[in-house]
Design a protein around this ligand. Structure first.
Ligand SMILES: Nc1ncnc2c1ncn2[C@@H]1O[C@H](COP(=O)(O)OP(=O)(O)OP(=O)(O)O)[C@@H](O)[C@H]1O
Ligand SMILES: [Mg+2]
Length: 253
């Protein structure tokens, strides 16, 4: 009898702890959200007020201020569409449209879409030697492209000038491949590794460099990969580089 009561008490305590954690998480989430919105909104407000206050009469100044206001507007739009994407993925209402495609082709296409960003830092993107033999995967092509774009964008954003991004593809067993995107950039301190897939989580290095991100990219990647029933993981060494890998099915399930 006493054991039963104690077991019950312990279970209640555990449930309370879970609820408290969720509550803390919700608060942190709202704080982050408010913070992410505040920065561009205050910037836009500042530029518009200054224009209305007279700066509009000066053509060069007014053009510059309008460009800055437009840039911050784009940032807000991106933020809202990322949040929208994440909430649709989380609610599970987003369906996957799976089809067979060659993963190496999608990787090359993703490198191509980001050449403006990689060329700006003279970073070379390529597929690792020995990984070129085409492998057909069975997945949602559009969504996997988004994963690849987010990973390659990070690799270049947190990569060194004149650096390299290398994609590798390995068959792990009869039904799976492992896709890895590696860079030789700033890397991630070990203490941050368990948290980088959380919404809004950014390392101090990323914040201080102000690369203009919101910390939603990897959270979206994780959702997409897990929606396929697969996994995503990270290995990183500060000042050496980062590798993010995820698995994909090769066969219709
Ligand atoms: N390749 C990488 N090298 C070093 N740090 C990385 C790398 N990829 C991610 N990170 C770290 O993990 C954090 C989370 O990445 P994530 O892509 O979610 O956010 P972000 O790039 O900061 O912003 P967003 O993707 O929303 O524009 C980054 O802020 C950065 O600190
Ligand atoms: Mg990112």
């Amino acid at each position: 009898m006493r054991e039963d009561v104690e077991a019950w008490g312990e279970k209640q305590q555990q449930e309370i702890e879970i609820l408290q954690k969720n509550e803390a998480y919700r608060k942190e989430f709202l704080q982050n959200l408010a913070h992410e919105f505040k920065t561009p909104i205050f910037a836009i407000q500042g530029y518009v007020d200054t224009l209305l206050g007279g700066a509009i009469e000066d053509e060069t100044v007014s053009r510059k201020f309008l460009e800055k206001a437009a840039k911050n507007t784009t940032r807000l739009v991106n933020l809202v569409s990322d949040l929208d994407e994440i909430s649709r993925l989380e609610s599970g209402e987003q369906l996957l449209y799976k089809q067979p495609f060659i993963i190496q082709d999608l990787i090359l296409e993703s490198f191509d879409s980001l050449t403006i960003k990689t060329q700006a830092k003279n970073i070379q993107g390529s597929i690792k030697k020995g990984c070129e033999t085409p492998i057909t995967v069975f997945a949602d092509k559009e969504k996997i492209k988004q994963v690849l774009l987010n990973l390659i964008e990070n690799a270049s954003k947190y990569g060194k000038i004149d650096g390299q991004i290398i994609a590798s593809v390995y068959r792990t067993d009869e039904h799976h491949v492992l896709v890895e995107i590696s860079d030789d950039g700033i890397g991630i301190e070990e203490e941050h590794l368990p948290r980088i897939f959380e919404r809004f989580y950014r390392t101090d290095a990323a914040r201080s460099r102000d690369k203009g991100g919101t910390g939603l990219g990897l959270a979206i990647c994780k959702h997409i990969v897990e929606a396929h029933g697969e996994t995503i993981h990270v290995r990183s060494t500060p000042d050496v580089g980062t590798t993010i890998g995820f698995t994909l099915p090769t066969k219709r399930d």
